[in-house]
Design a binder for this molecule. Structure first.
Ligand code: NDP
Length: 616
């Protein structure tokens, strides 16, 4: 399908109008936390709390966060000979986001072949191209068991204080369980999406029925389970769900099957493309899985989604399609071999693409994007029977403005007579009272409200984690990062010796396969620690200069297609509040994720740990 110039102008105009409807001055401040009066909503419904004695000991490496970051770093450190490793997490077990998010229908939108880390090391064969939540959590457990990461782990434990002890050259850590221990090295993988947020709807606290956030799904109330058993206890219930992001897209189909009546309150529709899932054939997997295959697949995905000119697309899905179409438009018939040659020469000469070329890529992206979004909107018309509902489910923004979604069940759910879309035309739910919700001036009486309202992304480090770090000379991390994030490679922080962060910011930000960044960081951390231990160093820390140079490099990153300030507001683009210096400083490598991984491969291969200072 092609869009005419006239169509494009009209569509651009529509995008701008829809964006304007949604801009609000309070940005991130519109949301509230599951604390204070909402404390009850934050209780862990998955694992009973167990009393235990406080821990007072010393470990070589303590890691805060037992999600993918914690288990992968733990695995790599164990391989490097560090056996004295401790995970700490406020959850009741490993899994991170997959521990908390057990809502019905939870599934990863990234292909399991690249999303599930350490498939080669564990020998695990994913069951499907896109696996379900329980399978992902089980994989975290598999890694933790294989590498004996449960041994010293502290679960249902929140860190309170962390302080660098100048004399002993160790980190001292205290927790809400009375623990008080030390660690030579400290890691943090606290995740970008771990603080659930509630919408700031007036009257939200007055609702007398049942309510919960999707990350604390209450199966005792709904019946059913995370494995997909029907939620039989909802058969006589009117249920409201607020939000239509990636989580909602997945849990609405099972809710539509179970609830007596389901009201979906929508502020902004998601773009929902074809899922195209299929089982993984173990025979095919075994024939394909030669040593080093997973790194090759991860690299291939980054090349296909990150501006490379790859000769093959191993993943071949909705994510790589966005780039494939952009490439086709940009190449305009230029043979691939010639384009590759130019790219290689440019790299060799360390020349970044000229402004002209960047503008050409942007135009190609826009053209491809218009076509894809038109297809996605046409799909809504083809699937949703009620034409008024179909109109309201169409997304009017560029695809990478909001998290693209994929589902073959979401749109058909609106054909169920018990499921009603309550579109609020960008305004959101007006009010909540004792018996239900008000939107567009109409009251909807319900017994249950489910908040699919997402997670804090924009908040600063201390607000997100609930702790601060006191580094060398008593300097707080909040002070060091007061004017924006400062790291070398997103990992090391000047003034905070033996500290290792695992995060996307100042690294492979916006990589569409988040575990790739984690696996890469884990490799770096293991290599640094192995070197420090072998040579008998007591401390490792980036120099002030290397950290400063890295921050300056990050600040050259321009607004990407993903977080463009022209996009409709959302957590990817700072709720449309523009790019402050602080926001720019939390971006990734200016060349994108692939450039970051290339840089790290070279940095590690050099083996001289450029930018780090080791001290005996
Ligand atoms: P999101 O932040 O994406 O969605 C929150 C939803 O709540 C939005 O639709 C938002 O509308 C809506 N909302 C907020 N306030 C109001 C209000 N006052 N009235 C009505 N609606 C409101 O959260 P999700 O949990 O859906 O997803 C978060 C992220 O988690 C995803 O982007 C993705 O990165 C990850 N995820 C990944 C999955 C995977 O497959 N790997 C699956 C699920 C989630 P608006 O858009 O207007 O702000």
């Amino acid at each position: 399908m092609t869009t005419t110039m006239l169509d494009r102008d009209a569509i651009k105009q529509k995008y701008a109008e829809e964006r304007a409807k949604r801009l609000r001055p309070d940005g991130n401040a519109q949301y509230q936390r599951l604390s204070g009066k909402f404390e009850d909503l934050s209780v862990d419904p998955h694992t009973p709390f167990q009393e235990r004695d406080p821990v007072k000991d010393h470990v070589t490496f303590a890691f805060i966060g037992a999600g993918f970051s914690g288990v992968v770093v733990g695995a790599r450190l164990k391989e490097a000979g560090i056996h004295d490793f401790r995970l700490i997490d406020k959850a009741g077990g490993v899994g991170g986001t997959w521990y908390w998010n057990r809502y019905p229908g939870a599934r990863c939108d990234t292909a399991a072949m690249i999303y599930l880390p350490l498939l080669e090391e564990t020998g695990y064969i994913p069951t499907e191209k896109y696996v379900r939540g329980p399978e992902i959590r089980a994989h975290c457990e598999r890694i933790a068991s294989q590498y004996r990461l449960h041994d010293k782990a502290l679960f249902h434990t929140e860190v309170k204080t962390i302080e660098w002890q100048e004399k002993a050259r160790v980190w001292r850590i205290t927790t809400d369980r009375g623990d008080d221990f030390t660690a030579k090295y400290l890691g943090m993988g606290t995740g970008p999406l771990h603080i659930a947020k509630l919408p700031g709807i007036p009257g939200i606290e007055t609702f007398a029925g049942k309510s919960f956030h999707t990350s604390r799904w209450d199966y005792d109330y709904t019946g059913g389970d995370a494995e997909g058993a029907p939620m039989d206890k909802l058969a006589d219930k009117r249920v409201a769900i607020i939000g239509t992001g990636a989580t909602s897209i997945q849990c609405i189909p099972p809710l539509a099957k179970s609830a007596k009546q389901l009201f979906v309150f929508q502020r902004t529709p998601s773009s929902v493309d074809v899922r195209g899932n299929h089982p993984i054939d173990p025979a095919w997997f075994k024939s394909m899985a030669r040593p080093g295959w997973q790194k090759r697949w991860m690299d291939n995905f980054v090349e296909n989604t990150g501006g490379g000119l790859p000769s093959e697309d191993l993943i071949n899905d909705g994510w790589t399609e966005i780039s494939r179409r952009t490439r086709q438009k940009a190449l305009k018939g230029t043979p691939l071999w010639l384009a590759r040659l130019v790219m290689r020469l440019r790299r060799r000469l360390k020349r970044s693409p000229a402004q002209q070329e960047i503008a050409r890529m942007k135009a190609a992206f826009d053209e491809a994007d218009f076509e894809m979004m038109e297809q996605i909107r046409a799909r809504v018309d083809a699937v949703v029977e009620d034409q008024n509902t179909a109109q309201k489910l169409k997304a009017w923004y560029a695809r990478l403005c909001k998290r693209p979604c994929f589902s073959d069940e979401y749109l058909p759910a609106f054909n169920s007579p018990n499921t009603t879309l309550v579109d609020t035309d960008g305004k959101g739910v007006e009010r909540i009272d004792e018996t239900g919700l008000v939107a567009n001036g109409k009251h909807y009486e319900v017994e249950c409200i489910i908040y699919a309202s997402g997670f804090e992304y924009g908040a600063n480090f201390q607000l997100k984690t609930g702790f601060d770090l006191k580094g060398r000379g008593g300097k707080m991390l909040s002070e060091h990062w007061g004017n924006g994030l400062r790291t070398l490679h997103g990992i090391h922080v000047y003034g905070f010796p033996n500290l290792f962060a695992v995060q996307m910011n100042q690294a492979a930000n916006y990589a569409l396969n988040i575990p790739h960044n984690i696996v890469d960081h884990a490799e770096t951390i293991a290599q640094v620690i192995k070197h420090a231990e072998a040579a008998g160093f007591a401390e490792v820390e980036p120099t002030r200069e290397s950290e400063g140079a890295w921050v300056n490099l990050i600040l050259t990153t321009g607004p990407s297609l993903i977080a463009s300030p022209d996009c409709t507001p959302g957590f990817w683009n700072n709720e449309g509040q523009g790019w402050s210096k602080e926001f720019r400083q939390s971006q990734g490598h200016p060349g994108g994720p692939k450039a970051f991984f290339d840089h790290m491969n070279e940095w590690r291969a050099d083996g001289d740990f450029k930018g780090l200072h080791f001290a005996k």
